[in-house]
Design a protein around this ligand. Sequence first.
Ligand SMILES: NC(=O)c1ccc[n+]([C@@H]2O[C@H](COP(=O)([O-])OP(=O)(O)OC[C@H]3O[C@@H](n4cnc5c(N)ncnc54)[C@H](OP(=O)(O)O)[C@@H]3O)[C@@H](O)[C@H]2O)c1
Length: 316
Amino acid sequence: MSTTKLVILGAGYTGRELARLAVERGYQVGATTRSEESATTLEELGAQVVHWSVGDDPARWVEALGPSTTVVYSIPTLFKDYEPAPPGELARHVKPVADIIDACRRQEIARFIYLSSTSVYGDHEGRWIDETASRKPSSPYGKMRADIEDYLLESSLDFPVNIARLVGIYGPGRTLVDAIRSGRYRLVDGGKKVTNRIHVHDIARALLAMIERGGDQDRVFNITDGHPQPVRDLVEFICDRTGLAPPPEQSLQDYTRRNPGPNALARWKNTARVLNDRLRKELEFTLVYPDSFAGYQAALAQGSSTTTPSGAQRKY
Ligand SMILES: NC(=O)c1ccc[n+]([C@@H]2O[C@H](COP(=O)([O-])OP(=O)(O)OC[C@H]3O[C@@H](n4cnc5c(N)ncnc54)[C@H](OP(=O)(O)O)[C@@H]3O)[C@@H](O)[C@H]2O)c1
C-alpha cells in the first residue's frame, strides 16, 4: 500500500533526511523534535513540526494520523541498562513504543516502521548473516531492541510493521573526520573490527521503498550497504583523502577500561557481516552509495560537518 502521509517520531539525523526526501517526493510530512534548531531545519524542509517528548500526550500528532499514514519511530532506546519486564507488565524500554502503538491502533494507520539496530544479532564472529540469523544480543541496547521488536511482531496489529535493522549511520555532518582531526579518535584494537555502514540518504530511500513497495505483511529488513569493511581501511581512506595524520591506536583492554560497560565492549568486540539481499531483492532497492568508500567520498566532498544541525556529529 502506498501512502502520502508520513509522521516521523524523533526526526534527528536520519529523520531529517527522510523528511527532506519524502517532501521532495510529494509526501505530507509531520515530524517531532524537542530541539528549536532541528524544528527550524525541519520547517525549512517543508515538514510540519510538533514539539514532543516521550511521555508527553501524543494528542498533538495523533490527530494527523489516518488510513494513509506511515509512522516511523526513530527514537533511540531511552535507557543504558537492561531491566527485564516485571511479571505481567511491559518492560520499561518497551512502554514508549507500546504507547505509540496504542495511539496508532485507534487511528487505523497504514504502516509502522521501527528503526532498530543490528545490535540485536550480538556477536556472530564475523560471519555473514541475514535477517534469519539468530538474535543473541549481548549489549543492553541490543537486548532492549530485541524486546521491542518482539513486542511489535507479536502484537497482531491491523497494519503492517517493518523492523529496519540499521547499521552504523554516516553521511554529511556525521563522519569520522572531525573526531580524527580533533585528536580524540583512537583506532581500537588496530582497527581490525569489521563494521557495517550505511549512508543516511540510502536509509531514507530504503524507508520510502518499504512504504511504497513493502506489501502488507510484517517484515524485517537489514539496512546496510552490504559491504562491511575493517575500521582501519576506512580510517586510512579518510586520512589519505584529507591529509590528516593517522589516529593513535588503543588496545581493546585500555578502551574498555576507559569506557566501562557492556554497551562499549559490544561496540568493538561483536562482529557480523550483515547482508542486505532482502532489501535489494524484495524492495527492488539499489544503493546510491554501495560501500562506505563511495559514501565517504561524497560526504567529504560535501564537507564533513556542514549540512546538519545538532546531533549530527557522532562517533560512528
Ligand atoms: N547512529 C547509528 O549508527 C545507529 C545505528 C543503529 C540504529 N540507530 C538508531 O536509528 C535511529 C535513528 O538514528 P539517528 O542517529 O538518526 O538518531 P538521532 O540523530 O540521535 O535522532 C534521534 C531522535 O530521537 C529523538 N529523541 C531522543 N530522545 C527522545 C525523547 N525522550 N522524546 C522524544 N524524542 C526523543 C531526538 O529528538 P531531538 O530532535 O529533540 O533531539 C531525535 O529527533 C535511532 O533510534 C538510533 O538509535 C542508529
